[in-house]
Design a protein around this ligand. Structure first.
Ligand code: GLA
Length: 686
């Protein structure tokens, strides 16, 4: 296998910014000219100009068009596209064209196809039919990337490299023989000895002890639960293997074009579990994300905000690229939904408010053929006499008016802790309940803070918590000693930290921390849970006390929790087997901070009330609670300027205190900003 390392003498400081060749904010989408005749492509560039498009992603799925037969390369159409876009003032995020191998490759080398845990081979005919670890596939992919870099590295339209596409989207876990071999290599590197692996995996259980690394397999379909640590390590390995694939492609590009920035489009949201993007971030010159709202979710704008905040967290607070979202309906949900009037603008500007310096879509022109023909686009089937097109033009105008926010950052004093490893481990099988979903708990706390108008950074448990007065830790089942100490240190130096049920339970090997739950957080919280009491579907338990509203209940999860001396009981269970036992506790720290715990999954009203209590204690609650549905976020520039984004998701007019120049309407705002129902306003303050 060809493996690349960063070229000798590579200087990260010499990589030009991804937006060096565009003014203001990026605007555009995936552009697939190979699906269209030449005259349509000519019209495309004219319409891009009309809409204000300045950046498009090209050649993502072009391998089979460039190389329809092995070794026979047709560059003419892509040369024309690059030149035409450049002449039209449009810059290109050029792909490596590796997102889907051409049919001849998988026919000639069927061994590169990926496999499911039950051995099912995933064939060509859709997309992404490759095993990222297979040396033969890797070799072909690197060759393709190198060809792109050699041909277009100096093209003036080139803004950045777009490596592959949504790596791991369809095949986050590959169980092929190539993956098994790479997994063993990964395990040797992690554990060094077989003894260490046996210890970490707890193989004394169920006759699982390994006598040779060769006997170790991925967690294939088995008669019953596979070893949990084997499953967890396979999750880690799979994320690393996909990142390694990205790195090899990136380093191939870097060798040829060391000054061109490189990224790949992540899928950070509550829906993508496969990749630990916090561990990917350092490998991207700029973080790029794709996000799609879920039609069945009535609060999809809140999930969108979470995704944007998570993306910013992955980017370490830096501005990022929204590489894809949709102008209207998608085609891949059970029931799809067109966007409501104004929703596309609200979605786009919510991403910008939360740090995106570019707004892009899948895709520019809606396909006439293929599996995505019913997926919306910037130019719909109906052409330009459509609301979608008019909205696209309006959005282009809005982004031009907002160009000055480029490079500015969101500042927050509240953090929500999020961790992929904890997600993987907490949803493993053979747990106290199978109904637990990590992102439900994350969403519940994020949503409560969103509604209170508290802007949060979504951070890794090992992240720098120095600037935060409030740290919310939704169910962090797995935590390392170091990360637990990091969270405890935040409380010790004066922050308010809130931890929720089933946290701190296991170490990184998925071994239970003995002596009582919540293991790693027992001392920090001053509590000891002796047993979980998970509830049946529909079963609830009343919870009373402290800030909780009348009628508050817990469902799914409760715990039999003792408090240590110095820990206050804030609320207790009011009925059921745990009647009278603590449900919410608080322990003050010497540093003036506090460590709160709830061993219960609280209902929405109780979650909001508790969120309000801790946000108030931490001093991060805004002076005025925003009107229902009003999203308020600020971006700040280093020179002291700030912009208030006010996005009204509700139907009724809403008001907020603000003074300055409104950039979308050009109006002066003097004290009160009025935002009509469904509208967006952005005020340059001061
Ligand atoms: C992903 C892919 C695109 C397209 C969209 C459809 O984001 O990257 O190629 O399939 O989904 O929503």
């Amino acid at each position: 296998m060809r493996r690349r390392t960063a070229p000798e003498g590579f200087d990260p400081a010499a990589v030009r910014p991804w937006n060096a060749r565009i003014d203001g904010l990026g605007y555009g989408g995936d552009y697939n000219p190979e699906q269209w005749p030449d005259e349509v492509q000519v019209e495309d560039v004219r319409l891009m100009d009309e809409a204000g498009v300045n950046l498009v992603s090209v050649a993502i799925f072009s391998w089979a068009t460039i190389e329809p037969v092995e070794g026979e390369l047709d560059w003419a159409w892509l040369d024309r596209t690059m030149d035409r876009l450049h002449d039209g003032g449009v810059r290109v995020a050029l792909a490596t064209a590796t997102a889907s191998p051409p049919p001849w490759l998988t026919r000639r080398h069927p061994e590169i196809l990926p496999r499911l845990a039950d051995g099912t081979v995933l064939h060509q005919g859709g997309r992404q039919a490759y095993a990222p670890t297979h040396p033969v596939y890797r070799d072909y992919a690197l060759t393709m990337a190198a060809r792109m870099a050699e041909r277009y590295g100096d093209h003036p339209a080139l803004a950045l490299w777009h490596v592959d596409n949504e790596i791991g989207c369809h095949v986050p876990r590959d169980y092929s023989d190539a993956a098994a071999a790479a997994f063993r290599e990964w395990l040797r590197a992690r554990y060094g000895t077989l003894e260490a692996l046996n210890e970490a995996w707890g193989t004394a259980f169920w006759s699982q002890r390994y006598g040779s690394f060769d006997d170790v397999l991925p967690p294939l379909a088995a008669p019953t639960y596979a070893n949990p640590t084997q499953q967890l390590d396979f999750d880690r390995f799979s994320s690393d293997a996909l990142r390694d694939y990205y790195r090899d492609l990136r380093d191939t590009l870097r060798e040829i074009t060391p000054h061109v920035p490189t990224t790949t489009n992540l899928m950070a949201s509550t829906g993508t579990k496969g990749m630990d993007y916090f561990s990917w971030a350092a490998d991207l010159d700029v973080v790029a994300n794709d996000h799609y709202t879920i039609a069945a979710d009535d609060e999809r704008h809140v999930e969108l905000a979470f995704s944007a905040d998570l993306t910013r967290g992955i980017a370490g607070g830096d501005p990022w690229i929204l590489m894809e979202h949709s102008t209207s309906a998608v085609n891949w949900q059970p029931r799809n939904r067109p966007k409501a009037p104004g929703e596309m603008l609200r979605n786009s500007l919510s991403h910008v408010a939360r740090g995106a310096d570019s707004v892009m879509f899948f895709q520019w022109r809606q396909s006439a053929a293929g599996a995505e023909k019913f997926h919306s686009a910037m130019v719909p089937h109906g052409g330009t006499d459509t609301d979608v097109w008019r909205d696209v033009v309006t959005l282009g105008r809005a982004l031009r008016a907002l160009g000055e926010v480029r490079g500015s950052r969101v500042r927050s004093r509240a953090a929500l802790v999020f961790d992929y490893e904890a997600w993987w481990a907490s949803e493993l099988d053979s747990h106290p309940t199978q109904a637990f979903r990590y992102t439900d708990q994350v969403r519940a706390w994020y949503g409560a803070l969103w509604k209170l108008g508290v802007t949060v950074d979504v951070v890794h448990p090992g992240g720098d918590l120095a600037g935060y007065d409030l740290v919310v830790v939704p169910t962090l089942y797995l935590v390392t000693d170091a990360d637990a100490a990091n969270l405890a240190a935040a409380a010790d130096r004066g922050a308010t930290v809130l931890v929720t049920y089933f946290s701190g339970i296991v170490d990184e090997r998925d071994h239970v921390r003995l002596g009582g739950y919540p293991g790693a957080f027992r001392d920090m919280l001053g509590v000891r849970t002796e047993e979980f009491a998970t509830l049946q579907e529909g079963e609830t338990v009343r919870v009373v006390g402290g800030p909780l509203p009348e009628g508050a209940v817990a469902d799914l999860w409760t715990e039999k929790t003792h408090v240590a001396e110095g820990t206050d009981v804030v609320a207790v269970y009011d009925d059921g087997v745990l009647a009278g036992w603590p449900a919410v506790t608080r322990r003050g720290t010497d540093g003036g901070g506090a460590a709160w715990y709830t061993g219960a999954r609280l209902d929405e009203a109780a979650t909001t009330a508790l969120a309000r209590a801790v946000a108030t204690e931490a001093g991060v609650l805004p002076e005025d609670e925003p009107a229902v549905g009003l999203e308020l976020v600020r971006r700040h520039a280093d020179d002291g300027r700030s912009w208030l984004f006010a996005i009204n998701h509700g139907p009724a007019e809403a008001a907020v205190r603000a003074t300055g120049a409104e950039l979308l309407t050009g109006e002066d705002v003097d004290g009160t900003l009025t935002v009509p129902g469904g509208a967006v306003r952005v005020v340059r303050e001061g």
